[in-house]
Ligand binder design. Structure first.
Ligand code: DON
Length: 305
């Protein structure tokens, strides 16, 4: 496995030149565009890593998976899916065009920004701080790492420039999809996106989902089975935004990307994988990270199809 990872990183580092780091949040523009790192955790307690696996990055949209899991646990399927759909979107992750045209005015799925802002509003807690603590605690448990914290420079940058998200959230409040204080919900959403992690943390989280919701290292159930199933299904269909279909063809495992350059890949019943490569394509997904996962998936026959 170690040799394979060395080859995968070597073969795909060139693709970092094809993408660009996210600049719409100014603080993200400081990421190293040449970085490419990978981490794998299996159920036997083995971990394998290669390349720039020590790179720190903000979790960004990968947090949407954990927020969805918490919302489903706290509020139940019926409530959550009365406020957000489970259909893929062909529009970009921060698009709001469908909000007005859909009869229900609910976001298409929990992984576009509009959907994640709604699931953030649904997580249990009387205010934004309690909601943040709820999801943050779940992330720390799933990563088995108590040291995971917010990067406050990225958080401030997100908050200062997040006007499209603000527009989305106020529209959803007007349409009565969001029932809570809009600024409070947005603040929690920005903070959750700004949590700083490494590929080790994210591969640990992926290994819990891959193991049916049970932490492989302790055998503790962290996520109910039905919630874990839903999370994987939505990762498979919506995890890479409007590139989800192509990704399913080429890689074929439930995954979630973020503009920090991370892709979390869940190989059901086998392993958790995370890659980081901050140079992104025009749809907001890591170019080299996707290519590295494609080679890995082919060589290890990881596709679930
Ligand atoms: O809402 C935003 O703009 C970011 N904080 C998160 C978006 C994101 O990661 C989209 N990913 N491709």
């Amino acid at each position: 496995m170690q040799e394979l990872l060395e080859t995968v990183i070597e073969n795909n580092r060139i693709w970092t030149k094809e993408g660009k780091v996210a600049t719409y949040i100014p603080e993200l523009a400081k990421a190293n565009p040449d970085a490419l790192g990978i981490y794998i955790v299996d159920f036997q307690g083995n971990s394998f890593y290669e390349g720039d696996y020590e790179t720190k990055f903000t979790i960004q949209s990968v947090s949407k998976v954990i927020t969805l899991i918490c919302a489903l646990i706290d509020r139940g399927k019926e409530k959550v899916f009365s406020k957000v759909g489970s259909e893929p979107s062909s529009d970009s992750f921060n698009s709001m065009v469908k909000l007005e045209t859909r009869d229900s005015h609910t976001p298409l799925n929990p992984f576009i920004n509009a959907g994640a802002i709604v699931t953030t509003s649904l997580v249990s807690g009387d205010n934004g701080i309690e909601k943040f603590d709820r999801v943050h605690a779940m992330m720390k448990k799933m990563a088995d790492n108590d040291a995971i914290q917010v990067n406050y420079d990225v958080y401030k940058s997100e908050k200062l420039t997040g006007n499209t998200n603000r527009a989305i959230a106020y529209y959803l409040k007007g349409a009565e999809v969001i029932e809570r204080d809009v600024e409070d919900v947005l603040d929690t959403y920005f903070k959750l996106c700004s949590i700083e992690v490494t590929v080790k943390d994210v591969s640990m989280m992926a290994s819990v989902i891959a193991n049916g919701g049970v932490a492989p290292w302790s055998n503790e159930r962290l996520i109910p089975k039905d919630v874990n199933q839903i999370a994987q299904a939505i990762m498979m269909t919506c995890g890479l935004y409007n590139a989800s279909g192509e990704y399913a063809v080429k890689i074929g495992v439930p995954s979630k990307s973020g503009v920090g350059g991370c892709i979390m890949a869940v190989v059901p019943k086998k392993m958790g994988i995370a890659v980081v490569g901050p140079a992104l394509d025009e749809r907001g997904n890591s170019v080299a990270g996707t290519k590295a996962l494609e080679e890995l998936s082919q060589k290890l026959e990881l596709s679930i199809f």
